[in-house]
Design a protein around this ligand. Structure first.
Ligand code: ZN
Ligand code: MN
Length: 492
């Protein structure tokens, strides 16, 4: 990053399109399921036939409201749908119904955690960063052009309109990001939050979360923006980060060489690890926006907003704070447990059921997550339920088994789905915590090793370890080691 040291800074703004998780499309009753047979989920409205009228899907508004609230936006009482005019084969009406000067929600501030990465891609230093979210508006998706064959032999192109009219939330940030990793952490934050509140599946691989980055560079201290490039076709968050990184360096090099940086749309070419020109960028006025005459202004009451807020699950950030205060966890433990909604819920159930939140965190982070990772399962799919884990923790806390034994029990619970109780009794693992029984073994062991016993009673502390070992051996590992220790010391 020598160029950046040379007084340059990057200016990055993000646009995310998230498909809202409705059953049906935004302006008609067709299934929002575009994996089906091409053009099977279509009707006169989403085919754009003359005279067909759109009707707004209430569920799309509810999910849009969830997304807006989760990202710190203010929902506007009145918003206006507008026609965004352009021609493309996957857009049969010749315009997209979107929102323009009166968006559904605006003026958000969002705090994310972000960190630069070292050479190995590891985050070093997570810090909060607050960014502006300019708007989240509602719009319909276009269809999809499908091209058959390799470019040289390409004979046919098809249009599949199953996706046409699927509801989208378009989320636009202020140009507040200065590094590619900030943009990366932002998109991951958005993805998680949208999934968390059930607004969107937000799966980039399935195309229901798509992101674009607007990237320019300038000399530090400059107020004006220089020409920006819009990066599209970013099929994963990692590709997006690489594309931004490439673009920052390309632009700095061009400016330093006195070449012009054109305002254009560029694609990420993963094979060659570079961005390429797709087209010169249209300005907003090229779209000739005007209010959609077939739809009323969308009015949202304060009651609706409050009801939506009340129905939303607790957000991850507030859950982290609560886990820290309620269960005495540190920030990094709480964050790890809240990294996934199912895991957070699992932890909370286990913490409550076991009455030992600290142990629940340790067992989940150290042992359970390993089993889950190895089996490719999520916490919600864990064969060991939160209650099952809590039972195991209680066995340890009450001294019935040792932590070491529990480490054998858990993988078996995971594999077989059986309870801790069954496995412990089958293995005959119960620790002996009966004082009289242990005392008897201790006496036997002391008698069998008179020289060592004399040395220990003479003050050689190190022999305590030897005798604890002997008693454990004699009891086949079942004696409660803490109690053995106590008894030996009481005899000294
Ligand atoms: Zn339809
Ligand atoms: Mn859009």
């Amino acid at each position: 990053m020598s160029e950046l040291d040379n007084g340059w800074e990057a200016v990055i703004g993000m646009e995310v399109h998230a498909q809202l998780a409705t059953e049906t499309k935004i302006f008609c009753g067709c299934a929002a399921n575009f994996g089906d047979e091409p053009n099977s989920n279509t009707c006169p409205v989403c085919l754009g036939l003359p005279g067909a009228l759109p009707v707004l899907n209430r569920r799309a508004v509810e999910l849009g409201a969830r997304a807006a609230l989760a990202l710190g936006l203010t929902i506007n009482e009145t918003s206006i749908f507008a026609r965004k005019n352009y021609f493309y084969p996957d857009l049969p009406k010749g315009y997209q119904i979107s929102q323009y000067d009166r968006p559904f929600s605006s003026d958000g501030t969002l705090t994310i955690m972000t960190s630069e990465r070292d050479e190995g891609g590891h985050a070093r230093d997570w810090k909060p960063m607050t960014i502006g979210i300019v708007r989240l508006h509602l719009e319909e998706d276009a269809g999809k052009n499908v091209h058959e064959g390799l470019p040289e032999t390409d004979k046919y192109s098809y249009v599949d309109l199953n996706r046409a009219g699927t509801p989208l939330a378009e989320i636009v940030t202020a140009p507040d990001f200065r590094t590619s990793w900030q943009a990366y952490d932002y998109v991951n934050h958005v993805r998680r939050v949208l999934q968390w509140v059930g607004a969107s599946d937000a799966d980039m691989e399935k195309g229901n979360l798509r992101c674009e980055a607007n990237v320019s560079v300038r000399k530090k201290g400059e107020e004006e923006f220089r020409n920006k490039v819009e990066l599209k076709n970013l099929n994963s968050v990692r590709f997006m980060q690489k594309a931004i990184e490439f673009e920052i360096e390309r632009q700095i090099r061009a400016h330093e060489a006195g070449e012009e940086v054109f305002q254009e749309t560029r694609l990420w070419d993963e094979k060659n690890s570079e961005t390429r020109v797709m087209r010169s960028k249209e300005d907003a006025h090229d779209y000739r926006y005007f209010p959609e005459p077939d739809l009323q202004p969308l009015r949202v009451s304060g009651e609706f907003v409050e009801k939506t807020r009340a129905e939303m699950p607790e957000l991850p950030d507030s859950m982290v704070t609560r886990f820290m205060s309620e269960y005495g966890l540190g920030f990094s433990d709480a964050s790890q447990l809240v990294s996934d909604k199912g895991l957070a819920e699992y932890y909370e159930s286990a913490a409550r059921a076991s009455g030992d939140p600290r142990a629940a965190a340790n067992w989940i982070q150290a042992e359970l997550l390993r089993e889950l990772n190895n089996s490719g399962k999520s916490a919600a799919e864990s064969p060991v339920t939160a209650e099952g884990l809590a039972e195991l923790i209680k066995f340890i806390d009450s001294g019935k088994i040792s932590g070491k034994q529990a480490k054998e029990v858990l993988p078996e619970m995971f594999e077989t789905g059986r309870s801790a109780k069954e496995i412990i009794s089958e293995k005959g693992m119960e620790q002996v915590s009966d004082r009289g029984a242990i005392e008897k073994i201790v006496d036997e062991v002391l008698e069998a090793n008179p020289e060592q016993a004399e040395a220990m009673f003479g003050g050689n502390d190190r022999l305590i370890g030897f005798f604890v070992g002997q008693v454990m051996k004699e009891s086949q590992g079942k004696a409660n080691p803490q109690m053995v220790n106590e008894i030996l010391r009481s005899k000294m």
